[in-house]
Design a protein around this ligand. Structure first.
Ligand code: THG
Length: 295
């Protein structure tokens, strides 16, 4: 028998987002992240956060339900920068935020200024990470993304990832009092170009985690196509397949309409868009925009 399906509630200043297995897929916009963006990094280092405004707008217009914010810029005070960025983003949008950092002090500074119920990104199954971060998740009443790896090595087989997932649920719920519905597992999506089996392993983990825990899951959607040509096509095929296995959200670039549309079509086909209401409304909005352009 499979476990009851859990729902994860996130809140921004005004908007509540519920991640769940019977709901539309949750799109977490990934662009507020300076990794690999040299100019953005220089601006942030100089204290200029103005580019964030454009990124928020583009991710929200593209369909982001939640915004991931990562301020990992070398040679900066990440805690201070992340807190500033979160405050700014909350002035620009009511959407909930996914606070993305590997630095504990930055996660804490972000949680301290955040208004609402955040998603913290992330912990691993390492005791030290859980010890440092789970008390903060509890204190600030947040939800947490957890990755089933324990050292720097990522386990390549589903069974090892399941062992670590079990450990995360056990420790987080029993030792730190985190509700199971607030644990969102990232089953580790990896590049198909590196190894042919990684995406099958991922799907295998997703369906096992759904059946054993009923938990919500997310992943970095573009990881799978890294290093391959035709990345958008790969991403827009991957997501509906992952959704069928039980993935309930993804960290992705919502500026790419073909990938977002693939997710929305999958919501419809999987029965997560009642009467096709959202699909038909989006179609009508597109027709209206096109008509306005040809006026
Ligand atoms: N799991 C979890 N969190 C994550 C990831 C994950 N956070 C970070 C990352 N992965 C997801 N976010 C991004 C943000 C930006 C980009 C990719 C993933 C990005 N990539 C460009 C590209 O792919 O071409 C450019 C970056 C570069 O040049 O290096 O912008 O997996 N829990």
């Amino acid at each position: 028998m499979s476990a009851p399906r859990l729902e994860t509630v996130l809140r921004g200043k005004g908007t509540e987002v519920v991640i769940g297995h019977d709901r539309p897929f949750c799109l977490i916009g990934e662009r507020i992240n300076p990794t690999g963006r040299r100019i953005f990094q220089e601006q942030l280092r100089a204290g200029d956060l103005s580019a964030i405004e454009r990124d928020v707008k583009a991710q929200v217009e593209g369909g982001a339900d939640v915004l991931d914010i990562n301020m990992g810029v070398p040679l900066t005070d990440e805690a201070e920068l992340l807190a500033k960025a979160i405050t700014l983003v909350q002035q620009l949008t009511d959407k909930p935020i996914c606070i993305d950092s590997s630095v504990v002090e930055a996660l804490e500074a972000g949680l301290a200024v955040y208004q609402g119920r955040a998603l913290v990104n992330s912990i691993t199954a390492e005791d030290e990470r859980m010890e440092q971060i789970l008390p903060l998740v509890k204190k600030y009443d947040a939800a947490i993304i957890a990755l089933p790896n324990d050292s720097d090595e990522i386990p390549m087989d589903a069974e090892k990832r399941m062992v670590l997932t079990r450990k995360i649920f056990e420790v987080a719920t029993k030792e730190y009092g985190i509700a199971a519905c607030d644990i969102v597992i990232d089953p580790l999506a990896m590049p198909i170009g590196a190894d042919q089996s990684v995406v099958n392993t991922f799907f295998d983990c997703v369906s096992q985690i759904r059946d054993e825990f009923g938990a919500n899951m997310t992943c970095g959607a573009s990881n799978v196509s890294f290093g391959m040509p035709g990345r958008h096509q790969i991403n827009s095929t991957f997501l509906p397949m992952a959704m069928t296995a039980g993935l309930t959200s993804a960290i992705m670039d919502t500026r790419t309409p073909s990938v977002v549309e693939a997710v929305k079509a999958a919501d419809l086909l999987l029965g997560h868009d009642e009467w096709g209401g959202a699909w038909i409304a989006a179609h009508r909005a597109r027709l209206a925009r096109e008509a306005a352009l040809t006026q």
